[in-house]
Design a protein around this ligand. Sequence first.
Ligand code: GRF
Length: 205
Amino acid sequence: MARLKVGVLVSGRGSNLQSLIDACAKPGFAAEIVLVISNKADAYALERAKRAAIPTEIFSHKAFASREDFDRVLDAALRKAAVELVCLAGFMRILTPWFVERWRDRLINIHPSLLPAHKGLDTHARAIAAGDAVAGCTVHYVRAEMDTGPIILQARVPIMPGDDADKLASRVLVEEHRIYPEALGLIAQGRVAIAGDKAIIRDAR
Ligand code: GRF
């Protein structure tokens, strides 16, 4: 059976990209990564892609006059590679509504909090400062408003006494690396439907 063609957008170290690469390397996994795009030439994620023999593109957002010009180049590269699903994996640019609409229901993100709590940056420090008992991560379809959209999977991580943002981040990251590939696998198997603002998983295990 043809595997779902995935493009991954990155800006940094790429540990989530690595978890997707590792999942796609497993026999029978229903998706394959056909392109990795970075807006940073020095992103370590690019090394990970090259090691896995995945084609890469670098587009510096600074080279474009507007966000939409940048997004049009991303879109063209993804289409040229016949990408069917885009995964954001530590991609530190806000995408335009134009791009988000063009890829509606074919664009997913991993965010390091239990959305809708703690949208945006510094999620772990804010969870600790708020006195939350539980932190976590969310894989969701992307909508134009940042860190919103139908939630596919979440994982909860308890906040321990003595946690700082780094300690908590490293425990949450373990869960990110588990649920992002799981969500991708579910989508690739055609098991995720979107109904309004909800994602529904069929035949949940
Ligand atoms: C992760 O914490 C992810 O949830 C957030 O950005 C970070 C990226 O880390 N969106 P990495 O580049 O995947 O290692």
